[in-house]
Write a protein that binds this ligand. Sequence first.
Ligand SMILES: Nc1ncnc2c1ncn2[C@@H]1O[C@H](COP(=O)(O)OP(=O)(O)O)[C@@H](O)[C@H]1O
Ligand SMILES: [Mg+2]
Length: 284
Amino acid sequence: MHIVSIEDLWFRYRGSDDWILRGVSLDIGRGEFVVVTGRSGCGKTTLCRCLNGLIPQFYEGELKGSITVAGLDVTKTPVSRMASIVGMVFQNPSSQLFMLTVERDVAFGLENLGVPKDEIRKRVNWALEMLGIPDLRFRAPHELSGGQQQRVAIAAILAMQPQVIILDEPTAYLDPYTSLSIFNLLKELNSRLKLTVILVEHKLEFASSLADRIIVMDGGRIVVEGDPREVFMKDLSIYGVRPPSIPRLFLKLAGCGLQFKRIPLTVEEAVNVFREVHLKVDRS
Ligand SMILES: Nc1ncnc2c1ncn2[C@@H]1O[C@H](COP(=O)(O)OP(=O)(O)O)[C@@H](O)[C@H]1O
Ligand SMILES: [Mg+2]
């Protein structure tokens, strides 16, 4: 049973002639970590909006096909109900934080859902612990760094105990090391809580080694998808996608005549591939 199931989804915004999503079909399993990438304007954010009901309930337009999340027809389920199932984190965390303290921001969604006070207190404590930010509890969100704000935004979503978390370029405003810490955190939430993660990212350098699957979109369609090691063996430059440095290096080496059975993604995998090549040389 898939947690997300999209069948032949087409969407165009009201007042626009262009179809922005053009026949997207996608199944995501519970606990999967999926990275969605593709050039600007290919429809990634539009796809995210279809997964929590913002499309078509808030952003109107013409929609064809079906979207099912956790067994619910997203087009017919109130956005407020979807919000407790699918959490959404955006590029700019400050757009999601507006209370005077971190604690209040993390509790906000739960208060809206009418969760009892005791339960709110427990869940806020738990979410702050999970994100490693209990010491930020009484700080003002607008005074925090971008990375800290993004952790607060994720804690606020996590406190709702969603089944799926979607992050739409969450590290767009963060430096590489802070981005890396956010990605590692997502992987931890994914493995510890079996949370399904859909991460929209341009920065594939770090994100792709966490992914069970990479999905490349172009022109409102899914053009390539699969295990990152297979995906990066293809020429993605036509879709405006730049693979991480290790696969790029190995593709270049392959272009110089070296043969590899597979393309590694991490330094550890690269070492193993080199070992195999080395052994082959020894034997001949
Ligand atoms: N609210 C909207 N109304 C009309 N067109 C929109 C709206 N949001 C996005 N679009 C258009 O949809 C296309 C895809 O945008 P988007 O889904 O944001 O792509 P991405 O996230 O991949 O950059 C773009 O051409 C964009 O202008
Ligand atoms: Mg976008």
